[in-house]
Design a protein around this ligand. Structure first.
Ligand SMILES: Cc1cc2nc3c(=O)[nH]c(=O)nc-3n(C[C@H](O)[C@H](O)[C@H](O)COP(=O)(O)OP(=O)(O)OC[C@H]3O[C@@H](n4cnc5c(N)ncnc54)[C@H](O)[C@@H]3O)c2cc1C
Length: 402
């Protein structure tokens, strides 16, 4: 493994660091004190600038309109963009669009790519991904109540979803639905279907209030219902019964994106913690940083962030080299490990800032509220720990079912 940052990427990172400081960080107070929706005109203008820099949709191949970075290269960029809650959106590589673009690129038909992928890559539309349901445990990805049955040349979808991010203003949803309840393997029972959100029977019921924030526009999580919702059979993605397999494939790179974004948050919080510790005086001439407890937090955070970054880069390198299936242990490992580091670093940074850390004058409290979910979405910690431990124990000869 070679973790040297390639020269081309180094140049990009320097350009991006400068852009983030000048153009993106100054927008954050509006997000914290008002809403995402209020920022849309300014964000649109920033997105135009990123298009001119040639870095819009950086993860998409150049021939399909993106900047053509590999997963490992994009990982470095994702860290820089993660330093602001607005970074990924400004560069058009925000979840869930980033994952939906990857699915469409790999599994979309030419017609689907033209209608849904191309405008997504150009940033003209947004999308959402509806899989989780209030009535079924989302940790079990093959157990759900939403069905899609064939009638003539259409799918008829019925079901109830929630926690679908960014439905508010999305042009289309990718819906995970059971299409073959009788399938021998439950892993082959569901499919992904594209549903334009203006289709009769698709209802955006509401944005869910999460940690006191109902969100708006892209920055929101919604409850959705499908009632006799009809779309053409041609809206199937990647073949009948392929839903689970595509979801797994999508989550591999998705976890690299998330983890590097979290490391970006850690780095900015760490930087703030150190600056504050160096300047905030407990008494004349006695800055916080002279206290051993604070020094311990700084040393522990530095060690944890470094270990987290190396683990994620290793997983990205393995996905690039051998594919997501071969790297599933590494992917599960970083998912719970980095989410934990994120939580601890943010907590220490807030504690160091005292009351100031609780205000919305810094991004710390915003992240503390909005990133708690990191330990739940894309598989809760406990599920990933089970995946890692079972593989290790099998290597030691323990016989485990499933
Ligand atoms: C902010 C946010 C954004 C999201 N965005 C989307 C989205 O865009 N689209 C979408 O479809 N979904 C989305 N989700 C849903 C998310 O993927 C699910 O919440 C997740 O899969 C867990 O499912 P659940 O909430 O039903 O929890 P459950 O499956 O009910 O699990 C509850 C708890 O049980 C424990 N648990 C579960 N399994 C095990 C096990 N095997 N061993 C031990 N303990 C276990 C865990 O602690 C878990 O947190 C989002 C969630 C959040 C919080």
């Amino acid at each position: 493994m070679d973790f040297t940052v390639p020269e081309r990427v180094q140049t990009i990172l320097e350009m991006v660091r400068d852009f983030m400081k000048r153009e993106v960080f100054p927008l954050e107070p509006t997000l914290r004190h008002k809403s995402f929706a209020e920022l849309v005109p300014e964000l649109r203008e920033r997105r135009r600038k990123v298009q001119q820099m040639g870095l819009f949709a950086p993860h998409i191949p150049e021939e399909q309109g993106g900047a053509g970075l590999s997963l490992s290269e994009f990982a470095f960029l994702s860290e820089e963009l993660g330093k602001s809650p607005l970074g990924h959106y400004v560069f058009n590589c925000q979840a869930p669009d980033v994952g939906n673009m990857e699915i469409l690129m790999l599994h979309g038909t030419d017609a689907q790519k033209e209608r849904f992928l191309e405008p997504l890559v150009r940033g003209e539309i947004r999308s959402c991904f509806t899989m989780t349901e209030p009535e079924f445990a989302g940790s079990n990805p093959v157990w759900m109540g939403t069905t899609a049955r064939k009638e003539g040349d259409e799918w008829v979808i019925n079901g109830h979803k929630w926690f679908a991010s960014s439905v508010d203003g999305a042009a289309f949803a990718i819906c995970m639905a059971v299409t073959a309840p009788e399938a021998q393997s439950s892993y082959m029972g569901s499919s992904m279907i594209i549903v334009p959100t203006d289709t009769p029977g698709f209802e955006h019921i509401c944005n869910i209030s999460v940690m006191g924030d109902r969100g708006s526009d892209y920055a929101s999580h919604a409850e959705v219902s499908y009632q006799q919702c009809r779309v053409p059979l041609a809206n199937l993605l990647g073949g009948e019964g392929m839903g689970f397999a595509i979801a797994q494939e999508r989550l591999g790179p998705g976890r690299i994106h998330h983890c590097m974004r979290w490391i970006g948050i850690c780095e900015r919080a760490f930087d703030m913690m150190c600056s504050y510790a160096a300047t905030r005086e407990l008494a004349p001439g006695k800055p916080l940083g002279t206290r051993q407890t604070i020094q311990n937090w700084i040393a522990e955070s530095r060690a944890e962030i470094n270990a987290a970054r190396l683990s994620v880069l290793h997983a990205a390198w393995k996905i690039d080299a051998e594919g997501a299936y071969a790297a599933r242990e590494e992917i599960s490992l970083i998912k719970f490990m980095v989410a934990g580091v994120l939580q601890r670093v943010l907590d220490r940074a807030i504690q160091t800032h005292g009351a100031l850390g609780m205000t919305d004058d810094t991004p710390l409290a915003y992240w503390y509220a909005h990133e708690r979910a990191a330990r739940i979405y894309d598989g809760p910690d406990e599920v990933h720990k089970t995946v890692v431990a079972r593989r290790i124990l099998r290597g030691h000869g323990l016989k485990l079912k499933g």
